[in-house]
Write a protein that binds this ligand. Sequence first.
Ligand SMILES: Cc1cc2nc3c(=O)[nH]c(=O)nc-3n(C[C@H](O)[C@H](O)[C@H](O)COP(=O)(O)OP(=O)(O)OC[C@H]3O[C@@H](n4cnc5c(N)ncnc54)[C@H](O)[C@@H]3O)c2cc1C
Length: 415
Amino acid sequence: MTNAEPVVGIVGSGIAGLRAANALLACQVDAKIVLFGDEAHPTYNRPGLTKNRYPASGDLASLITRDLQIAGAENGAFTRRLGTSVKKADLRGKVLHLGTGETVAYDRLVIASGVRPRTLFEGGAECGSHVHRTLRSLDDARSIHRELQQRRDVTIAGAGFVACELASLAREYGCQIVMLESVRNGPFESILGSDIARALGRWVRQNGVEFLTGAAAADHLCNAANPISENTGAPKTSHAVPPSGRPLFIEAIGSVPNAEWLHGNRLDLSDGVRVDMLMRVAGYDGVFASGDIARYPDPWAVGSLTRKEFWKNAIDTGTLAGKSVASSLGHKAKPSGIRYFPSMATDIFGLRIQIAGNPRSADSMEIVNGDLGRLENGLLVSYLRDGSTVGAAYLDVGARFNRRYIELLTSLKKH
Ligand SMILES: Cc1cc2nc3c(=O)[nH]c(=O)nc-3n(C[C@H](O)[C@H](O)[C@H](O)COP(=O)(O)OP(=O)(O)OC[C@H]3O[C@@H](n4cnc5c(N)ncnc54)[C@H](O)[C@@H]3O)c2cc1C
């Protein structure tokens, strides 16, 4: 493309795409920025989808939308094309093919299309015994909040962050909750290890959830091949119950990168889109990726790649991708590689869980304060690799060990 004013296409109107656009605008690069998003809504606070309960009266849809809105920098150089999906990218020809049938040429491209929930019911199929839902978008959240307000029974498949936050939310709405974790021993095992996962499983049970693991969970798992009858636990063979009478079954069993639109370009799409420390996609000058979909060299585990599905990661990598685009267009400020300090927090039945660094890369863990059997009294854990601290987790209903946790974080940041 030889326009005087280059076109930067950004695919994905989540926080990573918006932050890439914001960083470009801040650099005042002479470029036309076009952001494509298949959702109809402007960028919103996705983590907020599970954090608050809303009153049953009032216009729930607009209440949630208002609550989660994000102020966006607007500028004549920046166009949002919402409700517009990109069906295909030709990275050699630098052309995007839109769902509307249009084609759009670009000079630089930022891939920020995020992930979607994994489901055993592809294509919106339902089993006939349950109402099936997954949660990723604002529209998903609107219907799940409405259904939690209206239904008594909910089954949640999975025990990750979204599953646990949904369980907490469902309890606030007064639901009876069954949680199913057929593979692991308890919540967050892949990050925090099996001892803490078991302790969290006990915590979830103490808070009134029927939390099933292993074969017991697998028996209750409803999937397209084996739809379960709610009353008998037996495979469902008879007539479908009308949707209004069915209990809710929410799948929160992981995610899948939204990368299909990139097929045919010989990219490494084995787990999202592989990029370097500056968010550049190898093999294609002018193509960058950021957010949940980007898999980059892990500054916390040298020699391995990481793909993180956290809000702050999307902000930091989105900003970095925007700066890298600016630099590739001749802007003076050179982006430095990723400086991301991984940290996240969640609340599960009143227990605040804070995680920092990279506990996954540890070869051992040490309880600094507290007792696995009494999470309500606080538990501070340090994760070690070759004797050095590489991660920390702090679980508490108060802030008993906050000072010690901050000391641990400080030592981690010097890492
Ligand atoms: C319920 C929930 C709770 C969460 N809570 C937390 C939390 O407490 N803390 C935390 O750190 N993280 C949390 N997260 C994760 C966090 O929200 C994500 O890490 C972050 O939103 C990722 O941003 P992103 O811009 O990379 O991707 P996304 O937010 O997924 O945005 C990508 C956008 O691109 C769109 N898109 C995809 N394909 C195309 C296409 N071909 N054409 C056009 N548009 C396309 C998608 O529809 C989407 O709108 C939570 C996530 C969920 C779902």
